[in-house]
Write a protein that binds this ligand. Structure first.
Ligand code: PHE
Ligand code: NA
Length: 446
């Protein structure tokens, strides 16, 4: 396979594309409920530490490989391994990434479908005048209805795959350009609104005053997995975008900007959501329904509440759309690598993900008590194992390849941060990111 000549139209377009992949359900849906289930501020602290020490350096490693290879993830790995005179088996890392995103996209599409449902209900005015208990009951009723959920899952997957089939970079730029600033603006409004409720002060305490006795191995592993997940690192998905990165753009600056934007969205969502939790006397450890129950309560009593709520779910939907396009890319690229046409590869991926998604849909009704592993139903399984175990393993291998295998000059050029910047990055990855990820993963196994 030959080098691709396609490039993002500008430096800003590249940053927007990566931010589009990073900002999604991870920030607005997963971050709040994981924080709620994992002791509050300690989880936030560990997650931010992991973002800085491993997330960002490994993100650079991943994009570097794509940028140096200028091919699909699998081909970039094979090509660079050949240049480094080492085994071509590194290309299986691309296949492993594709397997990881397969499971992730299967639940991602289902949960994004929930946003479609809530968008429609909000615009219909269905939440007007509902109290907390009724909003909760409404969500439960929706979860118990596999047909409605399947419809939304199908719709979301079709939206995603229609863009993927056309090739990623074109439409994506314009979408990101419009959606990201609107999403930030709306989150700022939500935080300001939260500041006027009695839940605001306890929410800040919950998020920012750590209770170190709450730290367990499980909390550390969840924070590690979440750092990779929220940055979209560890599945070779950003590697695919790195292949289109223009020359003359410093990678550390781009990666740093993305991480700051990503953490900012999570913090704003967390403040907005926990303010509702504490002003309504709800349980922070409520689980995956947390965001879907709290925000309708928060917004329904605002003037034009339905409109705000509708706008929120629309922006969330757009944010998850740009993430899911990125999630699909490694799979499509891998199948193309095995010689399939893009349209056929996309259709196969869509079919497989759709079927696996049905198992997640049914995990809320008929298959709720079917345990696949360690007492987890399918939804519980796919929302934990691929994110908390597969992504860190993938990240570990990606980091090893970039920092130990890639020839120095190739890596130096791909990072584009000068010799000192390169030395700092490589030292950090070799002696902090890789060992730290290993230690956390191994402590989880034991
Ligand atoms: N980063 C995305 C989110 O936070 C999820 C994602 C993971 C996207 C892995 C691509 C690859 O929602
Ligand atoms: Na994210």
């Amino acid at each position: 396979m030959n080098e691709t000549l396609e490039r993002w139209s500008s430096r800003r377009a590249f940053i927007l594309a990566v931010t589009g992949a990073a900002v999604g359900l991870g920030n607005i849906w997963r971050f709040p409920y994981m924080t709620g289930e994992n002791g509050g501020a300690v989880f936030l602290l560990l997650y931010v530490a992991f973002v800085v020490l491993l997330g960002v350096p490994v993100m650079m490693a991943e994009i570097m490989i794509g940028r140096a290879g200028r091919r699909s993830p699998m081909h970039s790995l094979a090509y660079l391994a050949q240049q480094a005179k080492t085994t071509p088996h590194w290309r299986w890392l691309g296949v492993f990434g594709a397997l990881t995103v397969f499971f992730i996209l299967s639940f991602y599409s289902v949960v994004s479908g929930w946003s479609i449902e809530f968008l429609i209900e909000a615009v219909n005015g269905d939440f007007v005048g509902l109290g907390p208990a009724e909003v909760g009951a409404n969500f439960e009723a929706f979860l118990a209805d596999p047909l409605r959920m399947t419809f939304n899952h199908t719709l979301f997957l079709l939206l995603t795959m229609s863009v993927v089939a056309a090739g990623v970079s074109n439409g994506l730029e314009k979408l990101n350009n419009l959606m990201m600033p609107l999403l930030y603006a709306l989150l700022v409004v939500l935080v300001i609104h939260a500041a006027f409720t009695d839940g605001f002060a306890p929410a800040l305490v919950w998020l920012f005053r750590p209770d170190f006795s709450a730290i367990t191995v499980g909390v550390v592993i969840n924070a590690l997995g979440h750092a990779f997940f929220t940055l979209a690192v560890g599945a070779c998905a950003l590697m695919a975008y790195g292949a289109y990165m223009p020359d003359h753009q410093s990678l550390p600056r781009a990666a740093g900007a993305v991480a700051i934007l990503d953490v900012a969205v999570a913090l704003m969502a967390g403040i907005a959501i926990f303010s509702v939790v504490f002003s309504q006397g709800m349980d922070p450890g409520e689980g995956p329904g947390l965001m879907f129950v709290t925000l309708p309560i928060a917004l329904a009593d605002l003037p034009w509440g339905s409109l705000w709520l509708g706008l929120f779910f629309l922006l969330l939907l757009l944010a998850t759309w740009t993430s899911s396009i990125n999630l699909a890319e490694p799979m499509v690229a891998t199948l193309q690598g095995f010689g399939l046409r893009r349209s056929r590869a996309t259709a196969i991926v869509a079919g497989g993900v759709w079927l696996a998604g049905l198992l997640s849909v049914l995990s809320f009704s008929t298959m709720a008590d079917v345990h696949w592993l360690a007492g987890m139903n399918f939804f519980e399984l796919v929302t934990t194992v691929p994110t908390d175990i597969f992504l860190p393993i993938g990240g570990l291998l990606i980091a090893t390849f970039a920092a130990w295998v890639l020839p120095r000059d190739t890596a130096l050029r791909a990072l584009d941060a000068g010799p000192n910047g390169f030395r700092a990055w490589r030292t950090l990855v070799r002696f902090v990111s890789i060992p730290l990820t290993l230690v956390v993963l191994l402590s989880g196994l034991i």
